[in-house]
Ligand binder design. Structure first.
Ligand code: PEP
Length: 251
């Protein structure tokens, strides 16, 4: 039985004080709700948000991390720095990192391997562009992102990787993949994980859907067999929208 996992990616939104306020609202409104919940604020918000969720089960994650241990890498943040402030989870390979900052599958793989070696848990984002989907390349793209992204990852580390299937055309656009489209893509991802790591790893893999998830469509998506949770951008920025989505995962 896979436990539902709902995550909020705040992206470059909310100041530390705004983030702390939202985090406190989430703590109070999600008390006793048996769903795994993660929020990923910007780096500068992390300490304030960690303080705000103290004593709750809400996981605080980073949105990105360096593939290097330390040194002359201006603007980068290391696993060690994150762990020192109590952050053990990180989103890697978000499509905005791939598109705007040139992150390739090979680079993402380096981040994955290094973060795992440092004991971190990863939310690995994958997904196709509209052009790739329309030209029938969906499976080819997902296969490459997964095979290259996970190159060298041991089966024993797979329980520390969550997958977020996020069709790029559905992120922040208001367009959502239909529940059937999303479930089919998730089933393909699970099959691929099975071919790489075996049936048990595939059965236990948590695969979130991301792309304009909101209170009005969350229930239908989360009801699907292969959709184990969601990675949410815009609708994670207020308790009013995020909390009902988390609660949909209980149904
Ligand atoms: C995301 O950025 O991971 C995302 C899914 O964004 P949104 O929910 O706004 O589409």
């Amino acid at each position: 039985m896979r436990k539902p996992y709902i995550a909020g990616n705040w992206k470059m939104n909310l100041t530390p004080s705004e983030g702390a306020k939202l985090a406190k609202e989430l703590v109070s409104e999600l008390k006793g709700v048996d769903v795994k919940v993660m929020i990923a604020p910007s780096f500068v918000c992390l300490p304030a948000v960690i303080a705000a969720v103290k004593g709750s089960n809400i996981i605080v994650a980073a949105q990105n991390v360096s593939d290097k241990e330390s040194g002359a890498y201006t603007g980068e943040v290391s696993c060690q720095m994150l762990k020192d402030i109590g952050v053990n989870d990180v989103i890697i390979g978000h499509s905005e990192r791939r598109t705007y900052y040139g992150e390739t599958d090979e680079w993402i793989n380096k981040k994955v391997l290094f973060a795992l070696s440092q004991g971190m848990n990863i939310d690995l984002c994958i997904g196709e562009t509209l052009k790739q989907r329309q030209s029938g390349e969906l499976e080819q793209v997902l296969s490459r992102q997964i095979k290259v992204g996970l190159e060298g990852v041991a089966a024993s580390d797979m329980s520390r990787i969550t997958f977020a299937y996020e069709p790029v055309w559905a992120i922040g656009t208001g367009m959502t993949a239909t529940a059937d489209d999303a479930d089919n893509a998730h089933a393909y991802i699970r099959k691929l994980i099975g071919s790489l790591y075996g049936k048990d790893v595939a059965e236990n893999a948590i695969i979130q859907y991301g792309g304009s998830v909101k209170p009005s469509n969350a229930k239908e998506l989360l009801a699907r067999e292969n959709i184990d949770g969601a990675l949410i951008g815009g609708a994670s920025l207020t308790a009013e929208k995020f909390v009902p989505i988390v609660k949909c995962a209980l149904e």
